[in-house]
Design a protein around this ligand. Structure first.
Ligand code: 6PG
Length: 247
């Protein structure tokens, strides 16, 4: 595994600019090389401003959206129009404002059955989109991840077993603290990416960030530590507030 690259940005605006520049660069390279850009997005609150920036008049024409495929690293067990839906947030902030074909938006279809059935269906959709047979592992050009102050990423929470999954691309978990089912990608998928970027902002992450990056390996307490791309880049884009206790 390569050593993580940590980019400390002055504030959230600077972090969003850094992330937007890298999004455009990686999209251009992937589209030039393979004709499309395959990215898995994170949810929560941090990426919303980045999506709004990418959808702005200054930025949106810098990406060939017709060749971009959007996926999600996790989804809450709610309908797509629910306020907590990660797809819903992305749709309002980005998708509704750019010319991306509907078939390029691969949301987790949470209405598609039991949580386990939804997870299995999403794994099938991932493999189909990448043209893989059963058992194949997609290699994303980029996976965005957030970091929870409890050390989770995607929906691999402490108290679940998702971070120890070694076969499935996607699993369903029950998250006690939220009394909610969630669908999450696993290290099997995440660690096969060409690049993984954690986007971390705000003082609420100041204590967990150094523990995840340089603390003892404790995946049950800090599931984010299982993100170790086997043949890809791991980058941390953090703002100064979150990085205040980093060595
Ligand atoms: C989600 C996310 C989750 C998020 C972290 C950080 O569905 O909530 O995928 O993993 O990235 O919880 O969330 P914030 O960006 O809101 O701090």
């Amino acid at each position: 595994m390569s050593t993580p690259d940590i980019v400390v940005c002055a504030d959230r605006d600077a972090l969003n600019l850094e992330a937007a520049n890298r999004f455009v660069e990686l999209a251009e390279a992937a589209i030039a090389e393979r004709g499309r850009f395959m990215i898995a997005l994170s949810g929560g609150s941090t990426p919303k401003a980045l999506f709004e920036l990418l959808a702005s008049d200054v930025w949106k024409d810098r990406v060939d959206w017709g060749r971009v495929h959007l996926f999600w690293g996790d989804e809450r067990g709610v309908p797509k129009d629910h306020p907590e839906s990660n797809f819903g947030m992305t749709n309002r902030a980005l998708i509704a404002h750019v010319d991306i074909p509907e078939e390029n938006v691969h949301r987790v279809k949470t209405e598609g059955g039991t949580p386990d059935e939804v997870a299995a269906a999403y794994a099938d959709e991932l493999r189909a989109a990448f043209g893989l047979e059963a058992g194949g592992v997609p290699r994303f050009d980029l996976i965005h991840l957030g970091l929870g102050d409890d050390g989770h990423t995607a929906s691999m929470f402490p108290g679940t077993t998702a971070m120890h999954e070694q076969v499935k691309l996607v699993v369903a978990v029950w998250v006690e603290k939220f009394q909610q089912h969630r669908i999450t990608t696993t290290p099997v998928l995440i660690n096969n990416a060409a690049e993984v970027q954690f986007l971390v902002a705000g003082s609420s992450k100041v204590d967990v960030l150094p523990q995840v990056i340089s603390g003892a390996y404790e995946p049950d307490r800090l599931p984010s530590q299982t993100v170790r791309p086997s043949s890809g880049e791991l980058r941390w884009l953090v703002d100064r507030d979150a990085a205040a206790k980093l060595e």
